[in-house]
Design a protein around this ligand. Structure first.
Ligand SMILES: Cc1ncc(COP(=O)(O)O)c(C=O)c1O
Length: 396
């Protein structure tokens, strides 16, 4: 017999009693039925994974390095390669500042554990990546919400107003480029203002940058970490530029913080896979990444353009949407009276097309009824055209 409920005597921790599975994860499970055109997940296209090159890299490592399957300290060569990658983003750093993680998600988790006290404060945008809300939930923090401008990013005046009134969040969480879910990038001026506020008030910025290398315009703006190495803790990831299943990312942080990050990470998973670190390092050493990134930028950039054009053609008058410089998402605001959670049911049942309604990203106390997030990286241009036309019928 499978037990479907817990014994009443079992006492969960206070924070866990009110916990439910993230709305996003639940939804992705239901809208990923075969036959559905799904713009719901935040997934790269598996047909674009560099499987052959990665197979070579991993085979070479296994053939030549018996320690690849052992418990091992973080790989120094990989840290040096990440320093080179960061230089391409305009960030000067050293291997002593690189901390390897099991994905950016773990980077976020270890930083939050290090910075946030139970019942402390965290500054988040009103619509934000749900993974950060899950990470801070056990600390039951007070969320300081700020709005986001869909052209220039986080409302810096609202950040300053919180700080000026005496709030002292453990950190400001910011996605500088190609925001998930909003698709917007923070303007250069706002990056400078945010860094100035972090220094002035002694509040760190956790800069989450999984999409920074996926930019579809000629020029990309350096992340905030390029402006400050003391108050900006940067999170990078191989998930979107090679593959999520590697579960490999990195933090760029002051060297003095690294021993503490190590202790927190060890409690979670001891270490990130030695095999994957070595295979990624071999893949980078063979210089496959530049051509692969060019391909991803070209292909995802094309898909973005197809989706933007289709939205303009098929969505109702009065809709607004972001024009992302990179990443994987477009955020759409439908006319105010429309409810995207209700419409999702019609979209899935009648038109076999799915998206994520905006409320899945809202911080507690905020409602987002007329918005939706669309992913453009996972579907081919033809599917995008067809899927957006179907959504146009639903929203009409
Ligand atoms: C903003 C943001 N941060 C972090 C992550 C997690 O990335 P990783 O796969 O590197 O853990 C994601 C994944 O979608 C994301 O969108």
């Amino acid at each position: 017999m499978i037990l479907t409920s817990l014994p009443t005597e079992l006492q969960l921790a206070d924070w866990a009693c009110g916990m439910s599975r993230s709305v996003l994860r639940q939804m992705i499970a239901t809208v990923s039925r075969p036959g559905i055109i799904s713009f719901a997940g935040g997934l790269p296209d598996p047909d674009l994974f560099p499987r052959a090159e990665f197979a070579d890299a991993i085979a070479r490592v296994l053939a030549t390095d018996k320690f690849a399957l052992q418990y091992r300290p973080p790989l120094p060569e990989l840290k040096e390669q990440i320093v080179q990658l960061m230089a391409q983003r305009g960030v000067a750093c050293t291997a002593e500042q690189i901390f390897l993680t099991t994905g950016a998600q773990q980077g976020l988790d270890v930083l939050a554990r290090l910075l946030l006290n139970p019942g402390g404060q965290v500054l988040l945008e009103e619509a934000v990546y749900p993974g950060v809300q899950q990470v801070v939930a056990p600390m039951q923090p007070r969320i300081l919400p700020v709005p986001t401008d869909l052209r220039s990013g986080m409302d810096v005046d609202a950040v300053e107003a919180h700080l000026w009134r005496g709030a002292r969040p453990a950190f400001i969480y910011a996605i500088s480029d190609a925001h998930n879910p909003l698709g917007v990038s923070i303007s250069v001026q706002k990056r400078q203002q945010l860094v100035a506020l972090a220094r002035q008030y002694g509040v760190p910025i956790v800069e989450d940058d999984p999409y920074g290398f996926l930019h579809y315009e000629q020029a990309s703006v350096p992340p905030m970490r390029a402006l400050d190495e003391e108050w900006v803790f940067y999170l990078g990831s191989f998930s979107k530029i090679i593959a999520p299943a590697l579960r490999l990312g990195w933090v760029v942080a002051p060297p003095a913080l690294l021993p503490k990050l190590t202790v927190v990470k060890e409690a979670g998973d001891l270490e990130s896979s030695a095999l994957i670190q070595r295979a990624v390092s071999a893949y980078l050493a063979a210089d496959h990444l530049p051509a692969h990134l060019r391909r991803l930028r070209q292909e995802y950039g094309r898909r973005r353009d197809v989706m933007l054009a289709a939205i303009a053609r098929y969505f109702p008058a009065g809709s607004r949407w972001t024009v992302p410089m990179g990443g994987m998402f477009i955020w759409v605001e439908l006319p105010a009276y429309m409810d995207t959670a209700v419409l999702l049911q019609t979209a899935v049942d009648q038109e076999q097309v799915a998206y994520i309604p905006g409320y899945a990203f809202a911080v507690p106390g905020h409602t987002v009824t007329n918005c939706l997030r669309l992913n453009f990286s996972h579907s081919t241009p033809d599917m995008i055209e067809e899927g957006i036309a179907r959504l146009g019928r639903v929203f009409a």
